[in-house]
Design a protein around this ligand. Structure first.
Ligand code: XLS
Ligand code: NI
Ligand code: NI
Length: 437
């Protein structure tokens, strides 16, 4: 077993009074909330790319992260050692899941064959470590955006060879995800979008993207992979406009191309913000369509206009997120996946622990608060009462389809005007939420 974090033992729950930075104050995995344990509600997941491949570089400077176990080389042995360290970290943290891109875990080779061989060599270690620790793969994915070949996109590239390469790469990523017993597989449209419409045939690109996803669905069936497929919306970055721009755009695309039965959405907080929405909005849109699958838990910075991928610490954010999740029945195949990175200034290994512990505690608090709000019932009762006019009389006639324009005109000519509206009571409800925070 790797011992990169010698001085750190398993992170324990010590309760809200603890001052120990390496203990949970709220995440108590075995504690039951509503009908499930916290562990089963939250299904926390560590992302390999930020946590084990993030070096802390930015456009103005190189990486700062100190990772003594990593020799900085692109070799397979280094990748294998890193994989063991990743499992030591996740085991000590008590995270039941992780997620990766093919190219995070293993180095890309000189050609596809070599890359596949490298991936196999690391997947062997991942499999061993999964077995040793019981940690599971939440979802796998393929990196179809870093290599220069994907400059014009992958499935939406103007170059058919690139489409073919991406297909071969996803085929392999699906195979290893299946082999590792992954609970899902995510498609985030890395560069599926455009930088200018002057050179873009949008309709053709969208048709190609749909073709690509249909091929993936076919292959999934062919190999008997039962995991859930997800699309992850994001409106921009790296391109000016990404086709999967938000939950509504994704649902529309999936419906138009007969893909909706095969996909759910993996919603990311910072992507919602970039799209001009709240996370709760995105969750409502997906939930209403029965497509709320998984969440990439992070947060942005209101003064920075890009995907800063920070660890979530706002209790309001986690409360709203958990209210929406519980409303739609919670997570099944999905998880709370920390697609988040420590700041460039937080370069020591211990910062990785602080970051994840903080995110897990923030979500545990959000869960407890959301459950308390639901148990109290006043919020739900208010919403129910707000729509009471639909439960009987003319409202019920409309909902059941018995009233058409003729009946509605007759009704209104008799009534003369609409009955008085009641207050929306936003401030009262905001205060009510604050009672529980
Ligand atoms: C990038 C995305 C990415 C996906 C996985 O912004 O969040 O990390 O989650 O490809
Ligand atoms: Ni993400
Ligand atoms: Ni992101």
């Amino acid at each position: 077993m790797a011992t990169a974090f010698k001085n750190i033992s398993g992170i324990k729950y010590e309760g809200p009074k603890s001052k120990n930075p390496l203990a949970f104050k709220h995440y108590n995995p075995a504690q039951r909330v509503e009908n499930k344990t916290m562990r089963d509600h939250l299904r926390f997941s560590v992302v390999y790319w930020h946590t084990f491949r993030g070096a802390g570089s930015d456009p103005f400077g190189v990486g700062t992260a100190l990772r003594p176990w990593d020799d900085g080389s692109n070799s397979v042995p280094n990748a294998q050692r890193r994989a063991r360290v990743a499992f030591e970290f996740m085991e000590k943290l008590g995270a039941p899941f992780y997620a990766f891109h093919d190219r995070d875990v293993a180095p890309e080779g000189g050609n596809l064959r070599e890359s596949n061989r490298n991936l196999d060599a690391v997947v062997r270690v991942l499999k061993e470590e999964q077995k040793r620790t019981g940690i599971r793969l939440l979802w796998g994915t393929a990196n179809l955006f870093s290599n220069p070949r994907f400059a014009h996109g992958a499935a939406t590239s103007c170059n058919a060879d690139v489409f073919a390469f991406a297909a071969a790469q996803v085929k392999k990523a699906l195979e290893v995800t299946h082999e590792l017993g992954g609970a899902g597989y995510t498609f985030w449209g890395g560069r599926e979008g455009y930088s200018t419409l002057l050179n873009t045939d949008m309709k053709r690109e969208l048709d190609h993207l749909a073709r690509f996803l249909h091929l993936a669905v076919d292959y999934k069936k062919q190999i008997g992979f039962q995991g859930q497929f997800y699309i992850e919306p994001k409106p921009k970055e790296p391109t000016k406009h990404q086709y999967d721009s938000d939950a509504a755009a994704c649902l529309n695309f999936l419906r138009e191309y007969d893909l909706l039965p095969h996909f759910k959405l993996n919603l990311e907080t910072n992507h919602a913000t970039l799209a001009g929405h709240t996370m709760q909005h995105e969750m409502e849109v997906a939930g209403a369509a029965g497509a709320l699958g998984s969440i990439d838990a992070n947060t942005g910075d209101e003064l920075l206009g890009w995907d800063t991928d920070q660890f979530p610490t706002s209790i309001y954010l986690t409360t709203h997120t958990m209210l929406a999740l519980l409303k739609y029945g919670g997570l099944s195949t999905g998880g709370v996946n920390f697609d988040a990175k420590v700041r460039r200034e937080s370069f020591e290994p211990i910062d990785l622990f602080h970051a994840h512990i903080g995110g897990m505690d923030a979500f545990a608090r959000g869960l407890k608060i959301a459950a308390a709000i639901r148990k109290d019932g006043r919020l739900a009762e208010f919403v129910k009462q707000r729509y009471a006019s639909w439960d009987s009389g003319i409202g019920a006639e409309i909902e059941s389809g018995r009233a058409g324009f003729n009946e509605l005109e007759t009704y209104m000519l008799k009534e003369g005007d609409a009955a008085r509206n009641a207050s929306g009571r936003q401030e009262f409800l905001e205060n009510l939420i604050n009672e529980f925070i």
